[in-house]
Design a protein around this ligand. Structure first.
Ligand code: ATP
Ligand code: MG
Length: 312
């Protein structure tokens, strides 16, 4: 039950305010009222609440040390008032919360451009919302799940789920580099989705890229999704081979994971798209480039065989 506001209580409170003014702690009644209000906010309970917030901003490891030093200062040596302690903690938490957000958004804490910061924060929130919405789910593999981006038509987000397995092989930045090098590169009507950006930090590892209007080749070949109307098996593989050959010869890139699950069929034209450069390699780094080349063409033949069997 709320305490009743009695005449006596009002009188003692007024007396308290008067005392504060006469002791020169404050210069007038308004200020005194402000101080009283503030003291009502900065209580022992609020201090405890702020200690809990340290966990929320990723400071669990530091919590005990911070908590002990504040408790010592407030309750033992009395070198800090409770409101000073709370205010200091608020600043620590706010800065830390911001830096976690900055990390997630791939920004530096010194980033000055308000528009860039706003755009990235919005993107991170959009990614969080989209990757929690099953209606936006597009597909998944061993490493990642892919979702349409809710607020950005035409874009999707590949969110790395298996961080351990992934980091041994590649990173979102290196994967995106292959796709960037292939942007604008189209051979026989075949291309790869363009990358808008990558983010890595604060528990978020993603590639934001073009969402293809296409069905996954493996899913279609296994009869789990309709094959687009324009699809013709010979034409499809003729185009795919031309593209992969040009990618090797002109761009010096080997895909190295050209399995049915990493090929898509365009809904409009029936032509191939090549996705997922998570295991790709540059000619300059290749230990055995002939082997890498052969691996890509073997992947194409395995995909053709899978589709042929399904069309029989
Ligand atoms: N740009 C895109 N547009 C539409 N769908 C996509 C796109 N990129 C990926 N997908 C879908 O999401 C699935 C998973 O993506 P991706 O192959 O990149 O993940 P992965 O975990 O790296 O796969 P893997 O198991 O082959 O390593 C794809 O098989 C495809 O169906
Ligand atoms: Mg894949």
């Amino acid at each position: 039950m709320r305490e009743r506001y009695t005449y006596e209580k009002a009188e003692t409170e007024t007396a308290k305010l008067k005392k504060m003014v006469s002791n020169d702690e404050v210069s007038n009644y308004n200020e005194a009222e402000e101080v009283v209000k503030e003291n009502q906010k900065y209580t022992d309970d609020y201090l405890d609440y702020l200690f809990d917030r340290l966990d929320d901003v990723g400071l669990t490891e530091k919590r005990e040390e911070v908590e002990n030093s504040f408790i010592e200062a407030v309750y033992d040596s009395k070198t800090k008032t409770i409101s000073d302690a709370c205010k200091e903690l608020e600043v620590i938490i706010q800065l830390r919360a911001q830096s976690v957000e900055f990390l997630r958004a791939g920004l530096s804490i010194n980033e000055k451009d308000v528009d860039i910061v706003d755009a990235r924060f919005n993107l991170v929130h959009d990614i969080d919302a989209s990757t929690n919405n099953q209606e936006l789910f597009l597909g998944s593999g061993n490493i990642a799940r892919v979702y349409s981006l809710a607020d950005e038509p035409g874009l999707c987000v590949k969110k790395i789920i298996n961080e351990v397995g992934y980091s041994q092989e590649n990173s979102v930045a290196s994967e995106a580099r292959f796709q960037n090098d292939l942007s604008g590169f189209e051979v026989a009507g075949v291309r790869t989705p363009y990358v808008k950006e990558t983010l890595s930090g604060g528990g978020l590892t993603v590639i934001v890229m073009e969402e293809l209007d296409a069905v996954n080749f493996e899913i279609a070949a296994k009869g789990k999704a309709p094959i687009p109307a324009g699809f013709d098996i010979d034409d499809f593989f003729d185009r795919l081979k031309q593209y992969i050959n040009a990618m090797h010869e002109e761009k010096g890139i080997f895909h190295k994971d050209l399995a049915p699950r990493n090929i898509m069929i365009c809904n409009k034209t029936g032509n191939p798209f090549v996705i997922d450069f998570g295991r790709s390699e540059y000619l300059a780094d290749a230990k055995n480039s002939e082997l890498s080349k052969d691996k890509d063409f073997a992947g194409i033949e395995a995909s053709r065989a899978l589709m042929r069997k399904s069309l029989e």
